[in-house]
Design a protein around this ligand. Structure first.
Ligand SMILES: Nc1ncnc2c1ncn2[C@@H]1O[C@H](COP(=O)(O)OP(=O)(O)OP(=O)(O)O)[C@@H](O)[C@H]1O
Ligand SMILES: [Mg+2]
Length: 492
């Protein structure tokens, strides 16, 4: 007798019918058997099932419970998949993330992609649950669709996937969302209140400052040191938690006008992709308003107080009437007389101790990652309590333009890295003081006819003028007091 070996199909059919009969009998037994026997059978049914299908599935739904709020986990998975696996998917959909200005591609419904984590292979599939059919118009029905992602993996990786892999997916996804979102520049200045539609003390606009550390004119080592400091800070969540310190860092930027303090703040924000809160202290009524403002700030942000010496009477003496301070005071008086005629003194009632409390206290309470930056033209005027390490952890001096700084600017503005005129510029820069702002202004072509040579000549002329002025006033300045000397050192 000849026996024909069973085909693959027949084998699977036999296995299928075995499972089906097993399940049928176990269902009957479950119904009529005592509890102990039932438990025993259930355990073995599950074992048998998982032997034939050893894969685990986890679903992540777009909406949990209520229909209104999109699940954060779903959004993070979507972002993760768009960044990591969308190259593999053949059918993609393009969407804008919340607050984002660019389209992000992710896999379309009913697509499948694979991913690998520490040697384990996982499968992601997307799908959607159609809304219950009813007499609703088609557009409403489409809105009721609930999308989901399904993650499948072998049960031997259960622990690794449910703990480490999912944590990795969430972290990377959230980071992708953050990277893609538009950043904001917040201000509490009263003149921008109209921008705010909600009942919040901050008004905001989209932050799109082009400055980066690449375009900053300063010595390369100093620049790298600042970049390293910022990156170390932003990657040190666990370190700060371990040492029991609030995750914050204070920077004091000081130097003459036009040396790049504000530009550096923009470069910092662009490097870390943080929002910026430009805190105008003179518009803050008192310490309690200051507290409210700071409670409203979000994590991953830079809180900036520019010209701190002009914003407050921080020394316990009357405010010195320097250039900017004087201007500011005039403006405040004008505003006070126009808007609030009864209040003749619009001076801020924020005190030094209020400010110190804000630096020390609030941040310690709110775990988020924050940087505070103070800028000043007159570092010597600040109260040491404000600038001590722990409050202002890093003091950065931005000074007159060096030849290294000039090389960055000339590359940015004119696209050149070497020129015969560089040597005279280097020599002039060694004996004069010119701010990066003035160098930049001279390197800027003023008309379509201005070529690199013309711009470099403009700069040489400007440097010579500064040198000449310096030579003229220098003898008189030698015995002059500090304030006078600073005036002399100021470039035109
Ligand atoms: N170090 C720098 N690198 C590149 N550009 C600079 C630098 N410093 C100044 N600039 C240029 O000069 C302009 C003015 O600089 P910025 O406003 O940053 O100076 P500042 O130090 O904040 O001055 P102030 O003390 O008056 O606020 C900027 O728009 C920028 O183009
Ligand atoms: Mg500035």
């Amino acid at each position: 007798m000849i026996t024909v070996p069973p085909t693959m199909m027949e084998m699977w059919t036999a296995v299928g019918s075995m499972i089906a009969s097993f399940m049928f009998f176990s269902a009957i037994i479950r119904q009529y058997c005592p509890y102990e026997l039932r438990r025993y059978l259930e355990k073995h049914t599950e074992r048998l099932m998982s032997f034939f299908h050893p894969y685990i599935q986890i679903s992540i739904h777009e909406f949990n419970g209520s229909h209104l709020k999109r699940s954060g986990a779903y959004a993070a998975v979507e972002a993760y998949l768009s960044a990591n696996t969308s190259k593999e998917a053949k059918r993609l959909k393009a969407e804008a993330f919340k607050d984002s200005n660019k389209l992000v591609l992710s896999m379309d419904e009913y697509e499948k992609v694979t991913d690998e984590f520490l040697g384990a292979k996982v499968w992601w599939a997307s799908g959607k649950i159609a809304p219950q059919a009813g007499p609703m118009p088609m557009s409403y029905q489409r809105e009721g669709e609930r999308r989901y992602y399904k993650l499948s993996f072998h049960k031997r990786y259960r622990e690794m996937i449910t703990e480490d892999y999912l944590e990795h997916v969430m972290k990377t996804g959230k980071e992708t969302i953050r990277r893609n979102r538009q950043r904001k520049l917040y201000t509490n200045s009263t003149s921008y209140r109209w921008l705010s539609l909600k009942q919040t003390m901050w008004s905001h606009i989209v932050f799109e400052h082009p400055a980066t550390f690449d375009t900053m004119a300063m010595e390369p080592e100093k620049k790298q040191d600042i970049i390293d400091d910022l990156l170390t800070f932003s990657n040190s969540r666990d370190f700060y938690a371990r040492i029991g310190k609030a995750w914050k860092r204070g920077y004091l930027l000081y130097g003459p006008p036009g040396t790049g303090k504000s530009t550096m703040i923009a470069a910092m924000a662009n490097l870390l992709r943080y929002d910026v809160y430009d805190l105008e202290l003179t518009a803050v009524k008192d310490n309690s308003e200051l507290r409210k403002l700071l409670i409203e700030t979000t994590s991953k942000s830079i809180i900036v107080i520019e010209d701190i010496d002009c914003s407050l009477d921080l020394t316990g003496q009357r405010k010195k009437k320097g250039d900017k301070c004087e201007e500011l005071e005039e403006m405040m008086k004008a505003e006070a007389s126009r808007k609030e005629p009864k209040e003749d003194n619009m001076s801020s009632r924020v005190t030094l101790s209020g400010l110190l409390n804000f630096i020390d206290g609030l941040w310690s309470a709110s775990g988020g990652e924050r940087i505070i930056v103070f800028t000043t033209n007159y570092v010597e005027k600040l109260d040491p309590a404000l600038t001590r390490r722990g409050r202002m952890d890093k003091h950065i001096e931005l000074s007159y333009c060096s030849f290294e700084g000039f090389k960055v600017l000339v590359k940015n503005y004119l696209g050149i890295e070497a020129h015969p005129m560089f040597e005279s510029i280097r020599q002039l820069m060694e004996v004069t003081k010119i701010t990066p702002a003035d160098v930049a202004e001279n390197l800027m072509p003023k008309s379509a006819k201005d070529d690199a040579e013309k711009c470099l000549l403009n700069l040489i002329r400007a440097l010579k003028e500064v040198k000449h002025d310096l030579e003229e006033v220098e003898p008189a300045a030698e015995d002059a007091p500090l304030q006078g000397k600073q005036e002399v050192e100021k470039p035109i």
